[in-house]
Design a protein around this ligand. Structure first.
Ligand SMILES: [Zn+2]
Length: 339
């Protein structure tokens, strides 16, 4: 089992399904799969195409101008004025927003806790249908314009940069249940970051991951739903959202790295239920308990199971917010995990 350091936002199993279901569009999806694999292998073997030293948590946004050369041409660095290219300027804003969210809410300095610069490349490739974190930087394709229309959203940026945080803290292994927890932590942070940006309370939140990435003809609201896993999309071009919402329906196959993007629905729902039961802002106690359990001094280790993580959250809740323990246990219980 190789430890993956790369995460495409769109799971490769879904890209394969789309290529199979859409013969006319299959070339661009096969190219996306091959390109993502190439970068995954380079990342796993330490041959990351470029690496940036720790810095002052400054933003460095590049433009690949529809080539696959990384990092591309300098587009907008920290302090530069807006470029007028919406994708570049959104990437600049969302990277900065996530940096500020981590700092203000968790006292965490950039992705690695040590002021690493926030490097991103936009307009990667032609019809490239993914966004990924390669261990040192972010890369965003533009999508094919039909199924996917963008990957530069607050939610996607938050999700992917949170993978970098996990890499530098618990290091949850990207396979099976620990991989599902790794995915789920990124969804939790992506959702909380978006709610924080919009100053939204939990009752107003949509709890969707990847809202806005699909084209208008796709029957789906997002890539995943944290509050109702398995209901995000159902379209002949994509198939159906495969996420279970209860541990009794755990996926046990070997696809998707042992179901990392599938079984993440279970801890995702536990978080959304807990945050809703607590009320107010998700990024307060609920996110802080999750953060402590993945990144703090009392955190899980690399091969943790979903039940291990649930126990850890209850331990931390006992210390951090004892009045909320009953609500937390109930949320886990509702997804089939007894603590
Ligand atoms: Zn991910």
């Amino acid at each position: 089992m190789t430890k993956r350091t790369l995460d495409g936002f769109i799971p490769s199993d879904l890209l394969h399904d789309i290529a199979r279901l859409n013969p006319n569009a299959s070339l661009s999806f096969i190219a996306t799969i091959l390109e993502t694999q190439k970068i995954a292998q380079a990342a796993a073997s330490g041959r990351i195409p470029y690496r940036f030293a720790a810095g002052k948590a400054e933003r460095q946004i590049y433009d690949a101008k529809n080539t696959t050369r990384l990092p591309g041409t300098r587009a907008r660095f920290e302090g530069d004025k807006a470029t007028g290219d919406k994708t570049t300027d959104n990437a600049y804003d969302y990277h900065g927003g996530m940096r500020d969210f981590l700092k203000q809410e968790f006292g965490w300095n950039s992705i690695d806790g040590n002021g690493m610069n926030l490097v991103g490349t936009v307009h990667y490739g032609r019809n490239y249908n993914n966004a990924f974190w390669n261990g040192s930087s972010m890369t965003y394709g533009d999508g094919d314009g039909v199924i996917f229309v963008t990957f530069v959203t607050a939610n996607v940026v938050g999700h992917e940069l949170a993978h970098g945080v996990t890499e530098h803290t618990s290091g949850l292994d990207y396979y099976g249940e620990s991989g599902a927890l790794n995915e789920s932590f990124s969804d939790v942070m992506g959702a909380c970051y978006e709610q924080w940006l919009n100053k939204e309370t939990v009752d107003k939140a949509h709890w969707l991951i990847g809202k806005g990435i699909f084209g208008p003809t796709i029957k789906g609201v997002a890539l995943r739903s944290m509050i109702a896993p398995g209901t995000a999309y159902n379209d002949p071009k994509l198939g159906k959202d495969p996420q279970p919402d209860h541990y009794s329906k755990l996926y046990r196959g070997s696809g998707d790295n042992g179901g990392v993007h599938i079984n993440s629905g279970i801890p995702n729902k536990a978080f959304a239920l807990f945050a809703n039961a607590v009320g107010g802002h998700s990024w307060k106690e609920p996110a802080h308990i999750w953060w402590e359990s993945n990144c703090g001094t009392n955190r899980v280790t690399g091969r943790a199971s979903i039940a291990d993580f649930a126990r850890k959250t209850v331990e931390n809740c006992n210390t951090m917010a004892p009045a909320l323990v009953a609500k937390l246990k109930k949320a886990w219980d509702d997804v089939g995990i007894k603590v």
